[in-house]
Structure formats: C-alpha cells, structure tokens
Design a protein around this ligand. Structure first.
Ligand SMILES: [Zn+2]
Length: 72
C-alpha cells in the first residue's frame, strides 16, 4: 500500500527569528498550520512566506542605499 507523503517545508519561526533564535516550526497537518514549540507562534505557510518576503525586502532596501541620503 502506498501512502501519500507530503513534503513539508521547514521554516524557522519568525517570532523566534526576530529574537535571533533559530527554531524550526512544527507542522500541524490537521490544522494545516505551523506552530512553534518555543513561543506561541502559529501561522499558515502564506503567513510565514509573507514574513520572510517582507524581511528580505526590508533588508534589500537597506542594501540599496549604502550611502546616507542627500542633505537638504
Ligand atoms: Zn517561536
């Protein structure tokens, strides 16, 4: 008998990540949500992806302006 094995992507908890702690989220298949065993973070894949997309964007923005802005 073959069983469908869904590959579950691993994510680091955004809430812990903000505190510089790398803690992987556990996945609740029934709720289809990720949750953190360390803090109370619960989120869907979209939430987590969104967090990291925003984080990368913010970081990129900083990198895009290495020099102080012009003085007025
Ligand atoms: Zn956490």
């Amino acid at each position: 008998m073959s069983k469908d094995i869904k590959t579950v992507k691993l994510y680091v908890c955004p809430s812990c990540f903000a505190r510089e702690i790398d803690k992987f989220l556990s996945y609740d298949e029934e709720a289809e949500e990720y949750y953190c065993r360390r803090c109370c973070y619960v989120g869907k894949v979209e939430d987590i992806e969104e967090f990291y997309a925003a984080y990368k964007k913010a970081k990129y923005k900083d990198m895009a302006k290495p020099y102080p802005s012009e003085k007025y």
